[in-house]
Design a protein around this ligand. Sequence first.
Ligand code: NAD
Length: 499
Amino acid sequence: MSLGAARSTTRPTLTSTAPASGAVVGEFPVHDADDVAAAVGRARDAAAAWAGLGFDDRRRRLAAYRGALARRAHELADLVHRETGKPHADAVLEVTLAVDHLAWAGRHARRVLGRRRVAPGLLAANHAAWLEYQPLGVVGVIGPWNYPVFTPMGSIAYALAAGNAVVLKPSEHTPAVGVWLADAWRTAVPDAADALQVVTGAGETGAALCRAGVGKLAFTGSAATGRRVMAACAETLTPVLMELGGKDAMIVDDDADVAAAASAAVWGAMSNAGQTCIGIERVYATSAVYDRFVAEVTERVRGLRPGTGDGAAYGPMTMAAQADVVRRHLDDALAAGGRVVAGGTVEGRLVAPTVLLDVPETSAAVREETFGPTLTITRVRDAEEALARTNANPHGLAGAVFSRSRARAMDLARRMRSGMTSVNSVLTFAAVPALPFGGVGDSGFGRIHGADGLREFTRAKAITRQRFPLPVDLMSFTRPAGAADALARVMTLVHGRHR
Ligand code: NAD
């Protein structure tokens, strides 16, 4: 059952407002622990039937869902635009990414998770051995507000394709989008309507979902909340997936296409008002390209206008509190000797596209997630120094390398301490459904997307079946005294020649 606005007569409610205008987008119930338990209970019932459908019937239903999202993309994008403040075109891009992941997850689940036979090995040569990945039952998904479709869908699509039911708790800043996604599911897949449900509310509703006995809790949000989620899940030994914040860096090497790197850095840093977990927040440019890079970035940034109208490059900060974080980081950077070469103003929720130079590595603008349309650019001796500085941050979500040398760029990308790296572009890995998405260090653990994302929402199940008995059963008290010697001789024959 969808727990939409209609039920909210006596219970407390939360109001979602448009960041751009303050207009009310919708009012939603604050679901308490009993509501969450009821939703999880219904999902548990639905999970058995959903898993029982098998891969092909689930694939067909996931296709119906993605078809509905694709046909109603503008309607959904409009809601995302109203609730987050991001431009409609960016919201369409977000919906497209989510639809692509739904397609990949549905199509590849059988190949990745289906039962397969594996080699039994020496000791079990008379057995057949099978591996399959079974669903966990109900997966709880707690989402953030910055990409309210793409981010939860990274868990929802893969969890559903793997045979789980899902209970989604969207951010209290974007409940309307969460409720829309669940309602669209009910309409598109009526015979498995309860396989995707939504509960609305803030942290307490999320905490109730952590304690509701779900098979896994997929959390996307800040590291601070992630710690609380892990602590709550630890009470019931509920496994967790942690998709947390980042402080992604771009490395611009001596031989980079500087104009392309500047263009990518500006998009990576400023789009969605910088409220992107995999947004570029810091750049390390080598001395050979630093001046040209700064000039290119500064010129491009001057052409960007934040706002709410048609020509706006990006919208207001989704939450007023986020503008305060940006202001704090700016003040801190300037106090530490940093220089503003573009932007630097915060008016209400509108933050000018801001470029900072000479900011010490110890300041908040370089160490902490800013989550605003700001970029620090730091001159480094060479790419090795850039990599060392990149890797010194406790976050490790993603990053980018710009270099014309394929071998050099690939080497830097592989040594970057992050879950994902794009070479000569930004954010591209997120658009490749076959690639896993997730971080290291303070950016979390576990993976969504791709084959790893499918396996994340399963448990590996091992089965052996004896095909024929051996004349001598080594795992029996009836084995003859000389069996161990015979076994040692066979082992020496097979493995003993290796030195
Ligand atoms: P947040 O941590 O404030 O909230 C995330 C979610 O957790 C919300 O739904 C919130 O209601 C819920 N929550 C709050 N307290 C809780 C509790 N005690 N128990 C359970 N749930 C609780 O994060 P946010 O401000 O919504 O999102 C921004 C953060 O998310 C940024 O750090 C960003 O980088 C990160 N993010 C990461 C990814 C990724 O894939 N790695 C993607 C998008 C955003």
